[in-house]
Design a protein around this ligand. Structure first.
Ligand code: AKG
Length: 280
């Protein structure tokens, strides 16, 4: 699987221009779903790479669903596949995705925060409402996640859904992923009149969401795992903020260990994945 067909390698790194309307939508809504980012051949290759690494490294292997908490029922989580093999690195370092993230964030370039596979098993539970950035000690909001499904995801398999415009409201910013975050954020969104935007993902579609955009996913009621890879990008000039909670302390140690508070996150775990002009 380390062999990458020429056409796939080209696609992973070729530019994918976004228009001004897409950039505006991303800034207003806090997320953007982009159809046709990858061909069926490329998605199948990424699926092979990621699924093999998840099978080898699954931290929940053998743990019955009924003995897990809400977080454990939501997904199998395997981090930093880009460090595991040359193929994993090709996926995590895709210049196409990093260029799109740069374009959407409006930065001069982006670094890796980390990548992670998120597999929702058959019978896996919902992913509670949350905002990612409450876990991340970053000095600005210029960070986003590419959510890369490895097959088409129908509603019954737990596609990612979003609260449009929620990155502009300060809702649930101190809540870790939990039953409380699901309940309290749902109530606050209802009070604000913000409705959950939920749609299936077509094969090859990828979404991007900002660190403060509220999102969730439903349960997987099908008999096939919902296989997704994600890459988290931050402004190439992102500085480490003083950690505000124990999760941020843990993320500092895990994802940028050599960076001191106030410094640009230039740890070897945070390579610049794209730099240059918009969409170049
Ligand atoms: O895939 C999921 O169920 C949740 C994904 C998520 O929260 C994220 O990528 O930020």
């Amino acid at each position: 699987m380390d062999h990458c067909p020429e056409a796939v390698a080209r696609e992973l790194d070729a530019p994918f221009p976004l228009d001004a309307a897409a950039r505006t939508r991303f800034r207003e809504q806090g997320y953007l779903k982009v159809p046709g980012v990858f061909s069926a051949e490329t998605v199948a290759w990424i699926d092979g790479v990621v699924t093999a690494l998840v099978a080898a490294k699954n931290p929940l292997a053998g743990v019955p669903m009924e003995s897990r908490d809400t977080y454990g029922k939501a997904f199998i989580q395997v981090f930093n596949l880009w460090l595991e093999s040359p193929a994993g690195r090709r996926v995590g370092h895709s210049r196409r995705l990093a260029g799109m993230a740069t374009d959407l964030l409006g930065t001069s370039g982006v670094r890796m925060w980390h990548d992670q596979a998120l597999f929702k098993e058959p019978g896996g539970g919902h992913t509670p409402w949350h905002a990612d950035q409450q876990y991340w000690p970053m000095q600005s909001a210029l960070c986003c996640t590419a959510w890369i499904p490895l097959h088409a995801v129908p509603l019954e398999q737990g596609p990612l859904s979003f609260a449009p415009g929620s990155h502009l409201k300060k809702i649930g910013r101190d809540l870790a992923i939990s039953d409380d975050s699901e309940r309290l954020i749902r109530e606050a969104l209802s009070t604000e009149g913000i409705r959950e935007a939920i749609e299936p993902y077509a094969l090859g579609e990828v979404s991007f969401h900002l660190g403060w955009t509220l999102h969730r996913a439903g349960p997987n009621t099908t008999v096939s795992p919902r296989r997704v890879h994600t890459v988290i990008y931050m402004d190439e000039a992102m500085r480490l903020a003083p950690p505000r909670n124990s999760w941020q302390e843990a993320d500092h140690r895990a994802w940028t260990p050599s960076t001191a508070v106030g410094e640009v996150m230039d740890d070897p775990l945070n390579p610049v994945l794209f730099t240059g002009a918009r969409g170049a």
